[in-house]
Design a protein around this ligand. Structure first.
Ligand code: SF4
Length: 366
């Protein structure tokens, strides 16, 4: 249900807490600098940052806390993570707001809240403890912040993930990657998985969304070097990100960080402010897939068009070519990975294949 901006603003103001000290710098004249994402907003008293959900109230940065705008149990393949406990379910939650403004956003009703008068979803008050209790009760081995941009609500996600990890739950973000070094360092002790959109390789196109290409490339390099399990997604939008030059640039960049990083090339459907843009065709995904393989990437996946992309949703061993995980859409039909390796040639396959701790297992068995 959509609500007017003033009423959403008042509701959100009632669900805030002080920012984590790692994510804010106190400046002169009562201003604060938020360092929770790559925008690094300088915010005067009474103002909010570019995301509109972090605000300076009397010299204190107040940030989103204790609510969700969406909460679902989804297949982990839907995020998409293909190398993190395949076939598992993830408790997925989202809040409101974003630090970018993409014309093709699939979740604009929640992400463009307080920026687009047409946007704005209802929220549901909750707590970190309650979310973790739901994950344990639902036996989801993964929790993911998704639907809107998770970076801008990292203070509360860190509080949730800290509690979730005590139960052995893997925690992750589905993010646009416009991060700051500070927020990555803040998240690393409590977070395992990072899915990052690399939306285009054209700096001007990225600027039209609200950030610099370099910011996202830096995040990918940092996140991988810091040891987060990293997967990259490119929504292949005709006329925006589908040129040979761009796809080759993206694939080469990822391969330069590591050829073991999975690259998902996914199909766009006309929506939000891109209703006049053509939908991605299977042949476009085929071309992107081949570009990734030619660049030397070991794991390329064609997504969002199940049944039209052959077996390009499945995982194949880069050593012997054997099919290791057979997927159709978000469903895993077979997983042959054994002890993190190909059972045919023994090659190690990068990913998170086993849940590491035991408390959730105990809860599941009881
Ligand atoms: S999260 Fe990003 S956009 Fe929002 S206030 Fe902080 S620096 Fe600005």
């Amino acid at each position: 249900m959509r609500r007017d901006s003033e009423s959403i603003k008042r509701t959100l103001e009632a669900h805030t807490a002080p920012a984590a000290s790692e994510l804010v710098h106190v400046e002169e004249d009562g201003a604060v600098r938020c360092v929770c994402c790559g925008n690094r907003c300088l915010i005067a008293p009474g103002e909010s940052g570019i995301c509109r959900v972090r605000a300076n109230v009397n010299g204190e940065l107040r940030v989103p806390w204790n609510y969700v705008a969406g909460l679902h149990v989804d297949p982990i393949e839907k995020k998409p993570f293909f190398h993190a406990l395949p076939g598992s379910e993830a408790l997925s939650y989202g809040m409101l707001g974003c630090n970018l403004h993409c014309a093709f956003c699939q979740n604009w009703i929640s992400s463009q809240t307080l920026r687009d008068p047409e946007a704005g979803a209802s929220i549901h008050p909750t707590t970190a403890d309650r979310l973790v209790r739901i994950a344990v009760a639902e036996r989801t081995p993964i929790m993911v912040s998704t639907y809107n941009e998770p970076l801008i609500t990292s203070d509360w996600s860190a509080a949730i993930f800290r509690k979730a990890k005590a139960h052995g739950i893997l925690c992750g973000y589905v993010s646009n990657g416009h991060a700051s070094p500070e927020v990555l360092a803040f998240l690393r002790p409590v977070m395992d998985l990072f899915k990052i959109d690399l939306k285009t390789f054209d700096p001007a196109n990225y600027r039209s969304l609200g950030c610099e290409l370099r910011s996202v490339l830096d995040t990918i390099e940092r996140v991988y070097a810091m040891g987060f399990w990293t997967e990259i997604v490119t929504l292949v939008v005709p006329g925006f990100s589908d040129s040979e030059e761009q796809l080759r640039g993206i694939a080469k960049f990822i391969a330069g960080v590591s050829p073991d990083i999975p690259w998902h090339v996914t199909a766009f459907r006309p929506q939000y402010r891109s209703k006049d843009t053509a939908a991605t065709m299977p042949a476009d995904l085929d071309r992107a897939y081949e570009t990734g393989k030619e660049a030397g990437l070991h794991f390329v996946y064609a997504g969002n068009l199940p049944g039209s992309v052959g077996d390009r949703e499945s995982t194949f061993c880069p050593g012997c070519g054997a099919r290791l995980i057979h997927r159709v859409g978000f469903r895993v039909r077979e997983n042959r990975i054994t002890d993190g390796a190909c059972p045919d040639c023994g090659r190690s396959i990068p990913g998170v294949w086993e849940q590491r701790t035991t408390a959730l297992h105990r809860a599941a068995r009881s």
